[in-house]
Design a protein around this ligand. Structure first.
Ligand code: DHB
Length: 396
């Protein structure tokens, strides 16, 4: 079987890339080993930058980003002592002229899958890729097993690894070594919940409390998303609902949390990672296959779309005009945003969490850092510019 571009991974990156390629008249096949239900039901983060909203809204009539999504014009930072907690709002439009949108990733995926199928996209769920070959030739191939258990082999002009942090395409790009990237681990994780309750706050609250980090986020008027810092080895089922609310409340002093039944819980591991190589021959990586950020600041999906916009340009040059110039520039062009996002995600993470190794010096220094950020317009703008995101670069 043949196609022009074989895209492994039907997440935001793979689906948006297939859309952009189709707009340029380039045919693709998108493969994902998960089922459609699994993809549409997996809870991920919820914050989109303006550029990401514009891209998703442009993908077709199925996009609900403007109707179901909600514009957020700021966040709050909460820190200080338990007796005298301080709350400071960061006003995004006032500082940057931009806002962000709260629109859960799985909702965006529901829209995208519907739009791609309506456009006639060859999109195959339950297809497991087991081999990636020939990336140094003009005819790279992926092979594996279909949902029905049949073997398949697809020969393409280009392969894209959009298949997440455990990418099967990545070893073909970086070589098989496990050390194929820049890494950082963190000594904590997030315990995340979804609950049926009214909003405890209209805007997101990022809290650095003496008991550790918490994030109060929202999903709708009746469903809320909240997180608190936990041990990476924590068992999400070991805590009672009452213990979870106690943990959240202890990390959000002064906030009146509105409690309700918890119907989903998960532990999110933290990692910073950037692959040493983003492209080799006729294969390239985008999104989490290329890099992972810790969740603080919600940069993951926004960053993935930044890669896709650049790779789309590069593939058009290659496949419509026969030039590999754009492709040769892809890794360096994408790296600029990747490392800015890595820095921001690391910075928000380290400024807001209580590390188990932290000394009193470290804790008081962190408080000084937060005071500097909220206490000056330059500090607030530094945070707001990065949180609302840098405009997507389209030129390679
Ligand atoms: C959400 C997740 C994040 O990592 C973040 O920084 C903000 C919001 C969320 O799931 O709503």
């Amino acid at each position: 079987e043949r196609t022009r571009v074989a895209i492994v991974g039907a997440g935001p990156a793979g689906l948006v890339l297939s859309h952009l390629l189709e707009q340029a008249g380039i045919e693709s096949i998108v493969l994902d080993q998960r089922t459609r239900e699994d993809i549409e039901g997996t809870i991920k983060a919820g914050i989109l930058e303006q550029g990401a909203v514009d891209l998703l809204a442009g993908i077709g009539a199925t996009s609900r980003v403007h109707t179901v999504g909600e514009r957020h014009d700021g966040i709050e930072l909460l820190f200080g002592s338990e007796e005298a907690p301080e709350r400071h709002r960061i006003d995004f439009p006032g500082l940057t002229g931009r806002s962000v949108w709260l629109y859960p990733q799985h909702e965006a995926l529901i829209d995208l899958i519907a739009a791609r199928l309506a456009a006639g996209q060859d999109l195959r769920f339950g297809a497991t890729v087991t081999a990636v070959e020939g990336v140094d030739s003009d005819r790279p191939r992926v092979s594996g097993t279909t949902a029905a258990g049949e073997p398949f082999e697809i020969e393409a002009e280009f392969l894209v690894g959009a298949d997440g942090s455990r990418s099967v395409v990545r070893p073909a790009v970086t070589g098989p070594s496990r050390e194929g990237g820049y890494f950082r681990e963190y000594p904590f994780a997030w315990f995340g919940i979804l609950c049926e309750a009214p909003k405890s706050s209209q805007e997101l609250i990022y809290s650095n409390s003496p008991n550790g980090f918490a994030l109060i986020s929202q999903r709708s008027e009746t469903v809320q998303r909240m997180y608190f810092q936990c041990d990476p080895e924590a068992d999400p089922n070991a805590m009672s609902e009452a213990e979870i609310w106690d943990a959240l409340q202890a990390r959000t002093p002064g906030v009146e949390l509105k409690e309700g039944p918890i119907f989903q819980r998960d532990v999110l591991r933290f990692r910073s990672f950037v692959s040493h190589e983003l492209r080799r021959g006729r294969a390239a990586l985008v999104g989490d296959a290329a890099h992972t950020v810790p969740p603080t600041g919600a940069k993951g999906m926004n960053l993935a779309l930044g890669d896709v916009i650049l790779l789309n340009q590069a593939l058009q040059e290659l496949l419509l005009r026969g030039s590999s110039r754009g492709l040769d520039a892809y890794a360096e062009a994408a790296s600029e945003r990747i490392w800015k996002s890595q820095h921001f995600s690391w910075w928000m993470t380290s400024m807001l969490h209580l590390s188990p190794e932290a000394s009193d010096f470290d804790r008081l220094r962190q408080r000084g850092e937060l005071s500097m950020v909220v206490g000056s317009e330059a500090g607030r703008r530094y945070l707001a510019e990065a949180y609302t995101g840098w405009p997507y670069r389209t030129e390679l």
